[in-house]
Design a protein around this ligand. Structure first.
Ligand SMILES: Cc1cc2nc3c(=O)[nH]c(=O)nc-3n(C[C@H](O)[C@H](O)[C@H](O)COP(=O)(O)OP(=O)(O)OC[C@H]3O[C@@H](n4cnc5c(N)ncnc54)[C@H](O)[C@@H]3O)c2cc1C
Length: 416
């Protein structure tokens, strides 16, 4: 079967690789000139089942509202501001009840754990090729804060190992936390199976291997429409003509909503911006583990020799220049405190958009048209969930029973 995968972000290239393994003829089509040029370009790099809880949680809406009034680093709303955004925010608020948060986080955790298992079960892409490490991740809190019991309960229920660490035990695990920032972290959760690595390097390598194994790539080719005949996919139309195919996987991140709108799919995906700094050639001490300051909403990860990334913040829509430079200044201040060795170094700045759904779960599985499959809307966890999303897509396409129930990920779920 000839399958077109639209989108060569981390989700699209992992899918292409799975479909090649299944024996399909695969063509990947992307508007950009290389893999991982949008949301997958410089994300935090955390493979983090241990903290994949839904962002729509009890208290989020009140927290955001009070931060709007009081907070210096408050979340902001950029462009576009329209009826679709209002609708999305309303559904997000609905998802933040205790029951919905638990259910959504449980599904996310199941998908993320399966993904980690698949990710590390093949030697195709070695850790060293993407600056990866498998020594666990730290989720840290400042004075007066602690891991939420509800989150720990979900980890226990899933059988996900973790340790709650405080003070010296934390600093013994990662001596870099003895630095200037040491006193600010009072404790946290250590998830030893979590990992990190540069998602873009991984995607480039996955694309290279898929190409070696016969996948075709069409770069700088924007897909305008998915073509149907009698309710089934027959091809895609691009600026350079029609490409016939038997099936199509939509892996276009937040653009999936617009791509599928003419076919009457009503996807609830909205871009939520985050900011990223990458330092190269760090000489001095740096954190051994990737981690997240839950209090600051900032993540960091060491990538291979002397590279370090810091990411953070969540602004709904696209930010303007003033907001971006404010965010970068806050991130740089945090980076200097956690890792003083970056002081005075050149830094690469990047802003990217998470393709967020109200419940934090992606759209996975078959569409209503024959031959159409969705693999999009992975929000803050696309790197963490990519390998399982790809495998499950391939299983559904082959007509096999998928390794997990895909009902929570259906394209027509209603976010009640
Ligand atoms: C600051 C930040 C930090 C993050 N940190 C983490 C993390 O630590 N761990 C984690 O798991 N996740 C993280 N994420 C989330 C993760 O990066 C995303 O969920 C993931 O990259 C989404 O991948 P994707 O392949 O679905 O989308 P994308 O990477 O956006 O790829 C979509 C592709 O589709 C192409 N495309 C779009 N429209 C068309 C069209 N019409 N025709 C052809 N091509 C088209 C685009 O060019 C693009 O290449 C983070 C995100 C941000 C912004």
């Amino acid at each position: 079967m000839h399958v077109v995968v639209v989108g060569a972000g981390i989700v699209g290239v992992c899918t292409a690789l799975e479909l090649i393994r299944e024996g399909h003829k695969v063509t990947v089509v992307d508007a950009a000139s290389n893999a991982a040029s949008q949301a997958s370009y410089a994300n935090a790099g955390l493979l983090s089942p241990g903290h994949c809880f839904s962002w729509a949680e009890p208290g989020t809406v009140q927290g955001v509202l009070s931060a709007f009034i009081l907070g210096k680093d408050r979340p902001r709303i950029g462009r576009p501001r329209n009826a679709a955004l209002v609708g999305w925010l309303r559904l997000f608020a609905k998802q933040s009840s205790v029951g919905n948060w638990k259910r959504n986080s449980r599904h996310a955790l199941q998908l993320a754990r399966l993904s980690r298992e698949i990710h590390f079960s093949t030697d195709d892409i070695p850790l060293s090729s993407y600056g990866g490490s498998r020594n666990g991740l730290l989720y840290l809190y400042k004075a007066g804060e602690a891991p939420a019991e509800a989150e720990l309960d979900l980890l226990r229920e899933a059988g996900e190992p973790f340790e709650v660490l405080r003070g010296n035990a934390l600093r013994a695990l990662d001596p870099s936390l003895n630095g200037a920032n040491a006193d600010s972290f009072h404790g946290g959760t250590y998830c030893p199976l979590d990992a990190c690595g540069d998602a873009r390097l991984y995607a480039l390598e996955a694309a290279r291997i898929a190409g070696e194994r016969s996948a075709q790539f069409r770069w700088e080719t924007r897909v305008g429409e998915i073509l149907m005949q009698e309710g089934r996919v027959v091809g895609i139309s691009t600026e350079s003509g029609v490409l016939p195919c038997d099936a199509c996987v939509v892996a276009t991140g937040y653009a999936s909503k617009e791509l599928l709108r003419p076919l009457k799919y009503k996807l609830q995906i909205h871009p939520v911006s985050g900011y990223s700094l990458t330092y190269h050639g760090i000489q001095g001490a740096r954190p051994v583990h990737g981690g997240v300051s839950i209090s600051d909403k900032i993540a960091w990860a060491p990538f291979g020799e002397g590279r370090m990334r810091f990411t953070g913040f969540a602004d709904i829509g696209h930010p303007d220049k003033t907001l971006s430079s404010h965010r970068f200044a806050s991130l740089e201040a945090f980076a200097r405190k956690l890792c003083p060795a970056v002081e005075g170094m050149e830094v690469e700045q990047w802003v990217g958009q998470r393709p967020m759904t109200p419940d934090g779960l992606p759209y996975l599985g078959a569409g209503t048209h024959q031959g159409l499959f969705l693999n999009c809307g992975h929000g803050a966890m696309g790197w963490t969930m990519a390998s399982a999303s790809a495998r499950l897509t391939a299983q559904v396409m082959a007509g096999r029973t998928p390794s997990m129930d895909l009902t929570p990920f259906r394209h027509d779920r209603r976010f009640l």
